[in-house]
Ligand binder design. Structure first.
Ligand code: ZN
Length: 483
């Protein structure tokens, strides 16, 4: 920007580097300034800057008659700028229109298509997202004035659920200086009722169910071959913690829940936004009735053997050897204090491919503790398990099965109790343990045992043999999806 001061102000605006100069003559007399020398100092420059803004306003006003656009200085200062055209058409989904805004400008084009409905709250939500992108795009224009042309495209897909809820999956893609930035944002609306579907509605407002959903989401991420080279393992755990905000960007179809994570969160940036698909079949027991699907009865019988209160230097290893004979995977609910004391044993459990659960630090009844004590028991154990074994505990079993809302909330892990109590700690009798199991065994049984009991280490083989002979498959407790 250059300026010359005389009886009149002549202001020249350098428009980008397109050598487009706009000369504006201002009919403003300023006697005081007349007397000043021609030396341009900073004060004058800033006065001029203010006047330019004022002048631009005046100029635009002088083009009255064609003032349909909003009073936006950015748009108005350039009269050669292309107009934004807006069209709205009906979509194939009743109650939903498609609005498209297009700017046909070679240097900064955009095409923005997004859903509209009869519901203000929904429209506002979508609009503010679109505005966010426009602002970001304008900022990029500022930064990259001289670089290659930029572009912004926003489009959307509609995912239907038979409940009448639509999930709009809005994909935004901005190119700048040859680089691409992508984002996926979802909006869910039932156009009949005007309600927005939240993930809490899908899992019955129940955090324990969200914790189970978390497991399915993590499994899906870890097993996604597309992510193998780019996954950010350390980030996945936190980004998928079972708190509502980690699950708010989702779509619901009649057979799956689809979650979207921002670029750089679950995987390296080059991967773009990550889509995680969870079949409803896999999480069916954790869904609100309305969203459950018909599940084909499995012919497979599952059982989960669980071992509490260890690890133990005398018996845990013996139990590991027995499990291996049957190619059985089990779950060990460990005490933090014992993991610290017998780290090698804890590591052996993990190395053998078993699941590790949190069973508190010292085995107190957790419901009677202060918040601070509870935190030490629960968090301290989760921390030591991770530190010693390199793996997160994935399930939580409060001692004695004593649990209330506060205890549940003390951990982000699902609370898992049992369905068959072998009472091995009480009778210390291998034969009785087997009888107990034989009497109560059924599909999805969770068997409670203790790897600190000699009788259990001795009696585990017959238990394994029994389930094996009955055609059961041994799985970790996380794979038992009964709630
Ligand atoms: Zn216990």
């Amino acid at each position: 920007m250059t300026a010359r001061v005389s009886g009149k102000y002549i202001v020249m605006l350098n428009k980008d580097r397109r050598s487009l100069f706009m000369t504006i003559k201002l009919k403003i007399k300023d006697n005081k300034r007349k007397r000043r020398s021609h030396r341009i100092n900073l004060v004058i420059l800033s006065v001029i800057a203010i006047m330019i803004v004022v002048a631009l306003g005046l100029i635009v006003n002088s083009f009255s008659g064609s003032t349909s656009a909003s009073p936006n200085l950015l748009k108005k200062k350039d009269k050669v700028e292309a107009e934004v055209s807006i069209s709205t058409i009906e979509s194939e989904f009743p109650g939903i229109q498609i609005r498209t805004e297009t700017l046909d400008d070679a240097n900064k084009p955009f095409t923005l298509s997004y859903p509209r409905s009869e519901h203000e709250a929904f429209n506002d939500q979508v609009s503010s997202y679109i505005e966010e992108w426009k602002t970001r795009y304008a900022a990029v224009q500022e930064e990259t004035k001289s670089a290659t042309p930029n572009g912004l495209t926003i489009s959307f897909d509609t995912v239907e659920h038979s409940s009448g809820t639509y999930s709009f999956v809005v994909t935004s893609s901005m190119s700048m200086s040859g680089d691409e930035q992508q984002d996926i944002r979802t909006f869910r609306l039932n156009p009949q009722s005007g309600t927005e579907l939240q993930i809490a509605d899908v899992v019955d407002q129940n955090v324990e169910k969200l914790k189970r959903l978390t497991k399915a989401v993590r499994d899906s991420i870890y097993n996604d071959s597309k992510l193998q080279d780019t996954i950010r393992v350390d980030n996945v755990w936190l980004a998928t913690e079972p708190v509502w905000r980690n699950y708010r960007n989702f779509a619901l179809s009649d057979d799956s829940l689809i979650f979207y994570y921002e670029t750089g969160v679950l995987a390296e940036k080059k991967q773009g936004p990550v889509t995680v698909q969870v079949p409803l079949q896999k999480v069916n027991p954790f869904l609100a009735n309305k969203y459950q699907v018909a599940v084909e009865p499995s012919s497979e019988k599952l059982v989960s053997l669980t071992f509490d209160d260890g690890p133990d230097p005398r018996y845990t290893e013996k139990i590991l050897a027995s499990l291996e004979k049957y190619d059985a995977k089990a779950t060990f609910f460990m005490l933090g204090s014992r993991v610290e004391k017998y780290p090698e044993m804890a590591k052996k459990v993990v190395a053998a491919g078993h699941e590790v659960g949190n069973h508190s630090w010292n085995h107190p009844p957790l419901t009677g503790l202060t918040d601070e004590q509870l935190h030490v028991e629960v968090k301290g154990t989760e921390d030591v398990i991770l530190r010693v074994t390199g793996q997160h505990a994935t399930v939580f079993r409060p001692p004695y099965g004593l649990v209330d809302q506060r205890v549940r909330e003390s951990s982000k892990l699902p609370v898992v109790l049992w369905s068959i109590d072998t009472l091995d700690w009480k009778h210390r009798n291998a034969k009785k343990m087997l009888e107990n199991v034989e009497t109560h065994a059924k599909h999805n049984s969770i068997v409670l045992m203790h790897d600190i009991q000699e009788s259990t280490a001795r009696g585990i083989d017959p238990v394994l043999e029994f389930f094996h002979s009955q055609g059961y498959k041994f799985v970790t407790v996380s794979e038992i999806d009964e709630y």
